[in-house]
Ligand binder design. Structure first.
Ligand code: NAP
Ligand code: MG
Length: 514
């Protein structure tokens, strides 16, 4: 039989040489074993072999160069799977934010005057460079944030590149996006993002802003600054004019300095509803425009006529994907009463097989919790859920590493709508299972939340899909699937999940003046 030899993998920016295509890597004496408790074979370790180059310290990316923070303040970023410090990063003060805003302001006239087709070329170059450096950046994302390598490799980095490709295409077609108008850029955009999809959120923010002729000051989250700084490197590599993209690292105070800066024309924020409300107050009464992508408590609704095995996979994807660090996580499960026992039995079986542990292992399903603080929050909700009288099902027995932040995926049954675990965002791998009898009851209970980011509906009946989906107060409704993203599709919330959309033609709107 003809043997397919893989092409030489691209090794851009990577220190350790990848194995040559003819090398067969054997993991030593086979650690594969039969786990008699669960009746499944465990996999041999499959650690990612590439190690990205990580500097001992990083500066701020302002005006196209790396600069120290004024006063030289720095903070450490750690690997949540090991607790080890990975690198030190500059902590931007209000004065540093002022420098970044000045750089963005200075770059604005030339950048916004550039023909759209020329701006698009830069975006295409960034997209291609992200693809070329994808493996290195995926590993870095996993080391800094704790998510499984299979997710950063297959979801985060490819989608980030896709966002740049997609918006590159819009750069010279804005007049078609908004027919009969003459779209103009908004100006200097202050963008603040969270830690759950660090590079992807940066792409969601920067790509549409640049396509529309704006310049940017972006702040990544304190715990995951490294891939945004790689993106800064790429901006430099592709010759993006200095000051068009500025990256300022820091904590909440750095974000607040961006929000309060009078030279910023627009704020785009993704993060918690609590901070979002504070930002909305700070921006009220100013000339700044604002978009907010906030928290969620999304419902996944399973009807008795659904394909149950498929739905169980959707539940797993909905809440345990990325350790439940997903704003649109399907954290409330509504199961039709007649199938509740079957669904929970299958859920238990499936949950037992999820592999929790080393995020750099290619077989890992659930990685590390992003920070000690987030783990404390999750553990607090586990206690609250038990105290409120719900039943916690901890059926996953993965052996966890000694160091780092870990939470095994789990779910609660016996949950009442009034329970905190049914109302508040936990942002971890914890599912609240509830039941319903009729479609009307499912809709009413799913909508009984201050949030409105996403929902999932599982049924074999097309008419029921459209009936239920049209009555759910959620920005995104997935039908017989969950957590699927595409740059062409607008994403955003209702109610306390925020306003404004990212992606699609709708996502361009906040970045233009018409
Ligand atoms: P967060 O505490 O609100 O932080 C988000 C970002 O805002 C971080 O960069 C943070 O900096 C910064 N920040 C903190 N205080 C600030 C202030 N007073 N002014 C300006 N910026 C400030 O949220 P998180 O805990 O990192 O992220 C989880 C939340 O994000 C969840 O609620 C999740 O649902 C939401 N989220 C929503 C979406 C969406 O599209 N709707 C997507 C992803 C996440 P530091 O991290 O450095 O403190
Ligand atoms: Mg980190």
């Amino acid at each position: 039989m003809k043997r397919l030899v893989p092409a030489e993998p691209y090794n851009g920016g990577v220190t350790s040489a990848p194995p040559s295509p003819t090398t067969v890597i054997r993991p030593g004496p086979s650690p594969a074993r039969l786990d008699f408790a669960s009746g499944i074979f465990d996999y041999a370790p499959a650690p990612e072999s590439v190690r990205p180059e990580i500097a001992g310290s990083y500066g701020l990316f302002i005006g196209g160069t790396s600069v120290d923070a004024q006063g030289g303040k720095r903070f450490a970023t750690t690997n949540p799977a090991t607790g080890e410090t990975i690198s030190e990063v500059a902590e931007a003060s209000a004065a540093d934010v002022d420098r970044a805003v000045a750089a963005a302001r200075a770059a604005l006239p030339a950048w916004s005057a550039l023909p759209g087709i020329e701006r698009g070329k830069y975006l295409y170059r960034i997209a291609r460079r992200l693809q070329e450096r994808a493996r290195e950046i995926a590993v870095l994302e996993t080391i800094d944030g704790g998510k499984p390598i299979k997710e950063s490799r297959d979801v985060d980095i490819p989608l980030a590149a896709a966002h740049f490709f997609y918006h590159a295409g819009w750069a010279d077609k804005l007049a078609y996006a908004f027919p009969g108008t003459d779209p103009k850029p908004v100006g200097v955009c202050g963008q603040i993002i969270p830690w759950n999809f660090p590079l992807l959120m940066a792409a969601w923010k920067i790509a549409p802003a640049l396509a529309c002729g704006n310049t940017v000051v972006l702040k990544p989250a304190e715990t995951t600054p490294l891939t945004a700084l790689r993106l800064a490197e790429i901006c430099d590599e592709v010759g993006l004019p200095a000051g068009v993209v500025n990256i300022v690292t820091g904590a909440g105070a750095t974000g607040a300095a961006i929000v309060e800066h009078p030279g910023v024309d627009k704020i785009a924020f993704t993060g918690s509803t609590e901070v979002g409300k504070r930002i909305a107050k700070a921006v009220a009464g100013t000339d700044k425009t604002l978009t907010l992508e906030l928290g969620g408590k999304s419902a996944n609704i399973i009807f008795e006529d659904a394909s149950i095995d498929q739905a169980v996979e959707g539940i797993i994807e909905g809440i345990y994907f990325n350790q439940g660090h997903v704003c649109c996580a399907g954290s409330r499960l509504f199961v039709q009463e007649s199938i509740a026992d079957r669904v929970t039995a299958k859920l238990r079986d499936r949950l037992a097989t999820l592999r929790v542990g080393d995020p750099l292992d290619k077989n890992t399903d659930v990685g590390a919790i992003n920070s000690r603080a987030q783990l404390d929050t999750i553990e607090r909700y586990l206690r609250i859920g038990r105290d409120e009288g719900a039943t916690l099902h901890e059926v996953n027995g993965s052996a966890l590493p000694d160091a780092g932040n870990w939470c095994r995926p789990c779910f609660f049954t016996g949950v009442q709508p009034s329970h905190a675990i049914a109302r508040e965002e936990i942002f971890g791998p914890v599912l609240a299972v509830m039941t319903f009898r009729t479609p009307a009851e499912a809709i009413e209970r799913a909508n009984n939340t201050p949030y409105g980011l996403a929902a999932g509906v599982w049924t074999d009946k097309g008419s029921k899909i459209f009936e239920v989906a049209s009555k759910l107060d959620a920005g995104v409704v997935w039908l017989n699937t969950y957590n699927k993203f595409d740059p062409t599709s607008p994403f955003g919330g209702f109610k306390e999940s925020g306003f404004g959309r990212e992606g699609g033609r709708h996502g361009l709107r906040p970045y233009v003046r018409l």
